[in-house]
Design a protein around this ligand. Structure first.
Ligand code: ADP
Length: 259
């Protein structure tokens, strides 16, 4: 359904005859465009905190401010530099996943993994949410532990970050001989259905300000999608604005161990 991009060459050939070569370059053209958009997005994302940092530095150098004001400026500068660090860290994670060889097939202990994720959720929530784990403790996943951890931890941290205090974060794991599902459900702000197809694009956010205030980089779900697809898993997103969301990673039987 997409417009095709064609490259057409007309080459003189034997007297007044012409040879016409038509090449379908839709795919290369799309990749080029994605690469250009990506570089533009990264530059924009880094330029904003850098501009803020440079502005504060200049102010501090040029005018006398009292200690209280100085402390306020330094706190804001530190926030911006942490933001740049998170963006660069997420970019490095994405590129390391992209350039890594296919994930191995070693069993990853899911009891341990779920326990670690529960502790992560509790630490991030700092007592503001109820964290529930639902699992019968059966079955493990076959794959790369660091990649699976970064996918699952991103889903958990999103659930905490987009759920107002008092809400519930439910982490679940079910495995059978048919396949397995790891899911994170929250009672948070939810997502309008029209945004769902684009959520895993790099730097796509429903609400830029809210994501930034929640410490987001806009790269989390891109990392999730990438590391899941390397494990032949699908990401299923269900959400109701104002009620909450459920992000489920579904793995095929070939990725399940110990059942
Ligand atoms: P971010 O760093 O902005 O959280 P992500 O790639 O992790 O980036 O997510 C993309 C966007 O999807 C977020 O900016 C947010 O708008 C939305 N989102 C992700 N997870 C949730 C959730 N659990 N509840 C509500 N919105 C979410």
């Amino acid at each position: 359904n997409e417009d095709r991009v064609l490259s057409i060459y007309v080459i003189p050939y034997a007297g007044d005859r012409r040879l016409m070569q038509i090449k379908d370059v839709t795919q290369t053209d799309r990749l080029d465009r994605m690469r250009r958009d990506f570089v533009a997005n990264v530059s924009h994302e880094l330029r904003t905190p850098l501009t803020v940092l440079a502005g504060f530095l200049e102010t501090l150098q040029e005018i006398e401010v009292d200690r209280e004001e100085q402390a306020r400026y330094l706190a804001m500068m530190s926030e911006q530099s942490l933001r740049m660090q998170s963006i660069v860290q997420d970019l490095l994670t994405l590129s390391s996943i992209e350039s890594a060889p296919p994930p191995d097939n070693e069993p990853v202990d899911m009891v341990n993994m779920i326990d670690k994720l529960r502790r992560d959720a509790e630490a991030l929530s700092a007592g503001r949410h109820t964290v529930v784990v639902e699992t019968d403790g059966q079955g493990d996943l076959r794959g790369s532990e660091p990649e699976l951890v970064s996918a699952f931890a991103n889903l958990v941290s999103n659930a905490v970050r987009y759920t107002p205090p008092g809400g519930t974060i439910r982490i679940s794991w079910r495995a059978s001989s048919q396949g397995a599902e790891f899911a994170v459900q929250d009672t948070g702000i939810g997502i309008d259905p029209k945004h769902i197809p684009r959520l895993t694009e790099r730097f796509y956010r429903v609400d830029r300000g809210r994501s930034r205030d929640a410490g987001g980089t806009g790269l989390g779900l891109a990392i999730v999608k990438h590391s899941l697809s390397r494990h032949q898993a699908q990401l299923d997103i269900k959400s109701t604005p104002g009620l909450g969301s459920r992000f489920a990673a579904r793995f095929p039987a070939s990725r399940v161990a110990g059942i």
